[in-house]
Design a protein. Structure first.
Length: 217
């Protein structure tokens, strides 16, 4: 059994990751902003705690002794999106470096996968303008990880473009590289439950150290 700390445990991806980690017998610390809103997360092997992912001292206390740390956070209503993702990534990197808090696995964004060699999806002409700021903020957090000390082992698992919250857990997925993954019909998709399998596999095995990679069906 390994202690796995999941930040952003109350979100769709976070919930799926907590459930997958618990089903594998890990000791799960589910970190949320307000424990009263997410009491239903608590269960066998799962402890729900309050924490601010941008507060390095809080993060360090939570990740000490962890085998893996998962970053599944998203900005809330009062957060500055332009700085939230980088602040969270920086706090986690520094806390893991300080405490030896295990492998750091973050949830990425399909917008910064490659549509073609050297060309990110977010840089293509058809990318929606209304999503540019969000994509840039997410990509900036990836840059923070790239600058992490060599002692920090990190990975970013990037979900397919169609991320299905209602999809079943089939137990199957494909792992690629930094390019967009699509099936034979050209669709790039995965369910949250199967994505959680990929995240836990990476947390346990660390097959993609210090890089980001796509997962899809």
């Amino acid at each position: 059994m390994t202690k796995i700390v999941v930040f952003g445990a109350g979100g769709k991806a976070g919930r799926a990751i907590v459930a997958e980690a618990a089903s594998r017998g890990h000791e799960v610390v589910a970190v949320v902003r307000d424990t009263t809103r997410y009491a239903d997360l608590a269960g066998s092997g799962v402890e729900v705690v309050a924490g601010d992912v941008t507060d390095q001292s809080q993060v360090a206390a939570l990740v000490k002794g962890a085998g893996a740390v998962v970053n599944a956070v998203a900005p809330g209503a009062g957060d500055n999106m332009a700085t939230f993702f980088t602040a969270a990534a920086g706090s986690l990197v520094n806390a893991v470096a300080e405490t030896g808090g295990g492998r750091l696995v973050a949830i990425g964004l399909s917008a910064y996968l490659d549509a073609a060699p050297g060309v990110r999806v977010m840089d293509t002409p058809g990318f929606p303008a209304q999503f540019q700021d969000f994509a840039k903020a997410h990509a900036a957090a990836l840059d923070v990880l790239r600058e992490a000390p060599a002692t920090v082992e990190w990975s970013v698992v990037v979900p397919a473009m169609e991320f299905d919250p209602e999809g079943e857990r089939t137990g199957a997925y494909r792992a690629g590289d930094t390019g967009m993954l699509a099936d034979a019909d050209g669709a790039s998709r995965i369910s949250y439950r199967d994505f959680a399998i990929a995240v836990l596999d990476e947390a346990e095995q660390g097959a993609h150290p210090r890089t980001h990679f796509a997962v899809a069906y």
